[in-house]
Design a protein around this ligand. Structure first.
Ligand SMILES: *Cc1c(COP(=O)(O)O)cnc(C)c1O
Length: 461
């Protein structure tokens, strides 16, 4: 059983100020009451949360760890309650000193900003749908939606545009607002680009393992960054940083699912169906995507339902990610203690934009199979693709195999979310693959044999 919410709330407040006196002032209770609440909480948890010295209050190691999560959860709870109450339209409390005149001024800037986003959309052309010939599998047609041609190099360009547009229309961004985002790279690059277009300061919170190339691109678009080691979740650090700068935390993991419009035809799903129109099998049997925030799978799954498409959605998950297990078990509290090695997909905890109910099938793809797929794809498609394309391709091969075995014909569409340029030092570097002990060779053989002869070699672990 969890201790009382009041205890956690008190703890969050005391941890924020590192002072029972200030916490008492903020919560409008006596200092004794605070002290008692904390003691109860410590008893309930069986943990010591604070070191109490005469003049100084500090958090214990356990207290520190818990404080981060509790503060984050409390803020999420408060802002969600606020949002639910206002029908999702209001995020900040209205400042009574904020005059109507100022609102008008901001409104003017927001209108200009929306125009800038709109014009950018108009300037960008749609991405290509490539076809890969499958001579071994007559009657099965495979397509790749190549999203790597966006100006910022990945389909996070679409997401960043939607997040900015959503935040502007909700009144969360005004002239001068510092934009903060937690990202593994691609979203940060795309948001830096849009922040620069709008003349807004941008700070990305990134894991310290991020590649130099991605950092360079963020800097290129005028973004700043803040690196975090494995000890703290980037989302929590980003939220703190946004508060410190009185900025706006974009929060792709929360808003990807909401900011992307699935009831319109200006999205990735609509574009795929539109471009398939003149193909022999215009309605794909399957669309195969990876899951990072969950935004893409949520969009396509919902669009399929909304437009009553017969197409099924298959999502692929890498190693060290909880999505596959969550999909199987429904347990939302799963945590993975290692990070996904396939940049862009997988997550150590279930993110709020992931909606399992719109996904028809999920597969876990071994990382070595993903990397082998990239190398094989380079040979047959002539492109170096990003890591998640490898997972998509390997998942697609399973579906091709099943369709062939069931004597089905039809098309399958999958994605190239980003290009391989960012991964020359890793997935495309034989030394990196060897140093990490990936059995890429046997998967490569398996893929090549299947692709050229149709025979599937079972790899026993
Ligand atoms: C973000 C990302 C994904 C996953 O897309 P989501 O919409 O976040 O689930 C896949 N591949 C790459 C390269 C990405 O950057």
């Amino acid at each position: 059983m969890l201790p009382s919410l009041t205890g956690f709330y008190t703890f969050a407040c005391a941890a924020k100020y590192l002072s029972f006196t200030k916490a008492a002032q903020e919560l409008n209770v006596t200092q004794g009451a605070i002290s008692q609440q904390i003691r109860h909480l410590e008893d309930d948890l069986g943990l010591k949360l604070f070191h109490r010295k005469t003049r100084k209050l500090t958090l214990t190691k356990e207290g520190k760890r818990l404080a981060e999560v509790v503060q984050y959860s409390m803020r999420s709870l408060i802002s969600t309650i606020e949002e639910v109450k206002t029908g999702g339209s209001l995020k900040r409390e209205i400042d009574p000193n904020f005059s109507v005149h100022e609102q008008d001024l901001h409104r003017g800037w927001v209108e200009e900003a929306i125009k800038v986003i709109d014009a950018e959309y108009y300037r960008c052309s749609d991405t290509n749908l490539l076809k890969l010939n499958l001579p071994t599998f007559p009657g099965i047609h495979l397509y790749f939606k190549d999203e790597s041609t966006y100006p910022t190099g990945s389909f996070k360009h679409r997401l960043a545009r939607s997040l900015f547009s959503n935040a502007l229309c909700n009144g969360w961004i005004q002239q001068g607002t510092t934009i903060v985002e937690a990202s593994f790279g691609s979203t940060a690059i795309a948001e830096a680009y849009f922040a620069q277009l709008l003349g807004l300061p941008f700070i990305a919170v990134l894991p310290s393992s991020i590649s130099q190339r991605k950092l360079e691109k963020i800097k290129f678009y005028g973004g700043k960054y803040h690196l975090v080691d494995d000890s703290r979740p980037i989302r929590i650090v980003a939220q703190e940083l946004a508060e410190k700068h009185q900025g706006h935390f974009m929060d792709q993991y929360l808003y990807a699912e909401r900011a992307v419009g699935w009831r319109t035809d200006q999205n990735l799903a609509a574009s795929i169906y539109e471009q398939m129109q003149k193909e022999l099998y215009p309605l794909p049997k399957w669309i195969v995507v990876g899951v990072g925030t969950g935004g893409t799978s949520s969009l396509i799954g919902r669009y399929n339902r909304f437009r009553q498409m017969p197409t099924k959605l298959c999502a692929v998950d890498p190693e060290n990610s909880v999505y596959f297990d969550y999909y199987q078990t429904g347990n939302r509290n799963l945590i993975s203690h290692s990070r996904s090695r396939v940049e862009g997909i997988g997550a150590p905890r279930v993110e709020p934009s992931f909606i399992p109910g719109v996904i028809d099938r999920m597969m876990r793809i071994p990382d070595a199979a993903t990397f082998a797929s990239l190398h094989y794809l380079e040979k047959v498609l002539g492109h170096k693709c990003g890591g998640s394309t490898g997972s998509n391709f390997y998942g697609t091969l399973q579906l091709i195999r099943e369709m062939r075995d069931n004597q089905e014909t039809g098309s399958i569409v999958t994605l190239i979310p980003d290009s391989g340029d960012n991964y020359l030092d890793t997935y495309y570097n034989p030394e990196w693959l060897q140093a990490n002990d990936y059995p890429v060779e046997q998967y490569y053989q398996q893929i090549e044999t299947f692709f050229t002869t149709g025979r599937w070699i079972d790899l026993e672990k």
